[in-house]
Design a binder for this molecule. Structure first.
Ligand SMILES: Cc1cc2nc3c(=O)[nH]c(=O)nc-3n(C[C@H](O)[C@H](O)[C@H](O)COP(=O)(O)OP(=O)(O)OC[C@H]3O[C@@H](n4cnc5c(N)ncnc54)[C@H](O)[C@@H]3O)c2cc1C
Length: 378
């Protein structure tokens, strides 16, 4: 039997925040768009990692987001959902605190009933067909079935660089020993008399762990920050051990128990495209502007080093820098664009560009660029 074929203008691989933004942006500009996601949920790392803060949205003030468009729409959807979703100062910058359930709802609203958009969950892009330096087809596996998408333009929003790898687009990746720590979160209930001091006490006992109190009484999140390459079964066991240790050493945790784990380990760093331009740490710190600058970013360089743990380098004079469109364009695969975590940046610059708020703006711009590229093919 012939595998099902779907003809479209743009296929987006990955429905994390950057892929969702790319798909919405392309479809609302009239491009027939297909969004493929291997998981059974939308939102990627933001949902899997149980994030509480959307970073990269604000500059010096919180009256408006630094990027307009979908980043601003999503933040206003979150703020309308609950008064608990509000900007907060974190170090020298502001973030938008949000509840996970509101984020899920806002992301669904973003893609719901879009005329030109088809979303396929549980569908993993597994191979590509190429001709004369362009991707002609993307094959996807969905619960044992295989189907082929025949797009004019492909956007890799997989965070992992899935299409970059499959299409042999040029890329770079730091060695295991240099790669930034990955994260694994779990949610606990049963805390008693918890106060802010726990955010100091928990990392004191558990190296590089982050404690975040949750709105519901007696609940918190703990994120373990671990070297890349660990498997999820072992890390769940480690989380149980960590919980046991906290029960013994901190009275607030005496009756605490785990109610939820991240579905997978989320990575800070993986494959990065070798694009038409590679953004560097000095571009970020000097607040550099570009003729083709499409996204503004204020988020500092945030490195989660395997030995030193987290450290931050802030943009000079607290300003912003721009990310040029060339960072989203492959050098050697003509119809491939990339957004989100795997754009063309150095290891250090990635510490700034991967903030989820920034990834939304990058996704939107990838969608706009895809529509332009698609028009050129007509
Ligand atoms: C530990 C940790 C903590 C963080 N904390 C914060 C925070 O508090 N605030 C913040 O703003 N940012 C935070 N970040 C950064 C931020 O979460 C990510 O960089 C951002 O969400 C990346 O978005 P993305 O869309 O590029 O990728 P992802 O969210 O990773 O989405 C990629 C999607 O592609 C899918 N996919 C992959 N391969 C395929 C394939 N072959 N076929 C189909 N689908 C595929 C994946 O399943 C996934 O859903 C954190 C990152 C980490 C690792």
């Amino acid at each position: 039997m012939k595998a099902k074929e779907i003809i479209c203008d743009v296929v987006v691989v990955g429905a994390g925040v950057s892929g969702l933004a790319a798909a919405v942006s392309a479809s609302e500009r009239g491009a027939k768009t297909v969004l493929l996601e291997q998981n059974n949920f939308l939102g990627g790392a933001v949902i899997a990692g149980m994030h509480r803060y959307l970073c990269g949205l604000y500059g010096k003030t919180v009256s408006r987001t630094i990027n307009a468009g979908l980043a601003r729409n999503l933040s206003s959807c979150l703020r309308k959902s609950s008064i608990r979703n509000r900007p907060q100062r974190l170090g020298k910058v502001y973030v938008l605190a949000f509840r996970n359930k509101d984020m899920k709802a806002c992301l669904h609203t973003l893609v719901k009933n879009r005329k030109n958009l088809k979303v396929f969950l549980n569908s993993r892009a597994c191979s590509v067909r190429q001709k004369r330096g362009s991707i002609q087809g993307v094959r996807a596996k969905a619960k044992g079935r295989i189907f082929t998408i025949l797009p004019k333009v492909v956007i890799d929003a997989s965070g992992e660089g899935a299409v970059i790898k499959l299409s042999k687009a040029r890329y770079r990746m730091a060695s295991y020993s240099k790669r930034q720590l990955s994260g694994f979160s779990f949610r606990l209930k049963g805390l008693k008399n918890a106060n802010e001091l726990l955010s100091i006490k928990v990392p004191y006992y558990i190296k590089f762990a982050v404690y975040t109190p949750l709105d519901s009484h007696g609940e918190c999140l703990i994120r373990l920050n671990i070297p890349a390459g660990r498997d999820v079964v072992n890390i769940r066991k480690k989380a149980q051990k960590v919980c046991g240790c906290l029960r013994k050493v901190l009275p607030e945790f005496k009756d605490a128990y785990i109610v939820e784990f991240s579905p997978y380990i989320i990575k800070r760093e993986g494959i990065r495209l070798c694009g038409e331009y590679t953004l560097t740490a000095s571009d970020v710190l000097q607040g550099r502007r570009f003729k083709d600058g499409v996204v503004k970013n204020c988020w500092p360089i945030e490195i989660w080093d395997q030995k030193k743990g987290p450290y931050y380098k802030y943009i000079n004079s607290g300003g912003y820098y721009e990310i040029p469109l060339r960072c989203l364009k492959s050098k050697n695969v003509k119809n491939l664009l990339v957004c989100g975590r795997c754009i063309s940046v150095t290891h250090e610059a990635l510490g700034s560009t991967r903030a989820a708020g920034t990834c939304i703006a990058l996704g939107e711009q990838a969608g706009i660029a895809a529509v332009k590229l698609n028009e050129e093919y007509r």
